[in-house]
Design a protein around this ligand. Sequence first.
Ligand SMILES: [Zn+2]
Length: 75
Amino acid sequence: MGKQRSLLRSLTTGFAGRKHCCKGNKRHVILKGNRILVIKIERNSFHYCLDCALKFIATARKDLTALETELQATP
Ligand SMILES: [Zn+2]
């Protein structure tokens, strides 16, 4: 039996080690110690501020529900 795949393996959270800009919006400033969402894509990792992270999660939740509904729909 195969191991269950995680859809969210590339996502983690962390704390900013230094002051920098959010990858989602250059005007969002992430201060040292702020909570961040880290998205790893291949060898790169992108940091997003809390506001962007929560928006992404809300959108993803809707997308997952849509996928679930589609998979369960009878043809
Ligand atoms: Zn942001």
